[in-house]
Design a protein around this ligand. Structure first.
Ligand code: FE2
Ligand code: FE2
Length: 325
């Protein structure tokens, strides 16, 4: 028999409300799939107006400002942004299906080692639906932009997804491990979206990302509340498992895949030596650790709230990965 108990309070509702109705009880009135008009058409013409509309956030591509790329034309910069948008959306489509929704299924079907109250399992079903819709809008915009730029994008592989799945194969506690993968992914993704307000984006892209973001803030808080609910109810062995796996999952979620950049540069006729230099610089372990620590700030904050780091063994595990001081 699984242990039962009250969920930890989350923003916007009492413990009892959340247990009975769920954290996303206003899903019918608030979620993108239920309420937002589908305004994600990307007009070919705006490509000529690159001074006022970017295809992706320049701040998400720090290498754009690398001295070796100072000679790029405005059109080349926009194509690199478009290629990164397509990569991001393709990756998002797969992540929603193969990673997040796999994790969410185990909550919805009450397969975790601790029983989850009805309302919180209903939330998991809502998130499953949200993510399916996010995959549709992401795949649609990726396709539109690839047509505009005549980019053949259908054969890219995403090593991170394959590595996360391979990692999950070996989990000692399979469903708990999948929950951790979802928890890290869903608390990390909002961090990427916070760059949104800093750039003027093509309207269809902007609408799509904003609608996605409005759901993701809630998903992030939901996963934090589920972790807070689980943590005090786990056995010692399950906690040790979490402390071992979480830094490894975080590390994996922020590892860059240089092959994608190499391919974009090659297809655009940019010198391969430049690609290699940038990949080497971005791939350094010190850079990777900085990205992981900054990107996982919400995850780490959630762990602190649960007094996770009060156990010196757990703190040491995160310290070893450069995630805490
Ligand atoms: Fe999503
Ligand atoms: Fe999500």
């Amino acid at each position: 028999m699984k242990p039962q108990g009250n969920p930890a309070p989350a923003e916007g509702g009492s413990v009892k409300d959340i247990e009975q109705e769920g954290y996303l009880s206003k899903w019918n009135e608030e979620s993108a799939v239920r309420t937002k008009p589908y305004l994600y058409a990307c007009d070919r013409v705006v490509n000529d107006d690159s001074a006022s509309s970017n295809w992706f956030f320049p701040s998400a591509l720090p290498y754009l400002f690398h001295p070796l790329l100072a000679g790029l034309t405005t059109n080349q910069v926009q194509e690199l942004l478009a290629r990164n948008l397509i990569t991001f959306l393709e990756y998002t489509t797969l992540l929603e299906h193969r990673i997040v929704n796999k994790s969410v299924q185990f909550i919805a079907q009450d397969c975790l080692p601790v029983s989850i109250p009805h309302g919180m399992r209903m939330d998991a079903l809502r998130i499953y639906t949200d993510e399916g819709y996010h995959a549709i809008m992401s795949a649609d915009v990726a396709h539109q932009v690839s047509e505009i730029f005549e980019i053949n994008y259908g054969t890219r592989k995403f090593n991170r997804i394959a590595r996360l799945e391979a990692m999950a194969e070996g989990f000692q506690f399979a469903t708990l491990g999948w929950f951790l993968v979802g928890f890290v992914s869903e608390t990390a993704i909002t961090k990427q979206f916070t760059k949104m307000g800093q750039a003027s984006l093509v309207p269809g892209v902007y609408n799509m990302l904003m609608d996605h973001l409005s759901d993701e803030w809630k998903h992030s808080q939901y996963f934090v509340s589920i972790f807070s609910y689980l943590w005090p109810r786990l056995t010692e062995a399950q906690r040790n498992f979490c402390a071992r796996q979480l830094p490894a999952i975080i590390h994996e979620c922020f590892r860059l895949d240089g092959t994608l950049l190499e391919r974009d540069f090659s297809e655009m006729g940019i010198d391969n030596d430049i690609a290699q230099i940038i990949i080497e610089e971005r791939g350094r372990e010190s850079e990777h650790r900085l990205r992981a620590r900054a990107g996982a700030a919400t995850t780490l904050h959630a762990l602190k709230r649960c007094s996770f780091f009060n156990d010196p063994r757990y703190a040491a595990s995160f310290f070893k990965h450069g995630l805490i001081d």
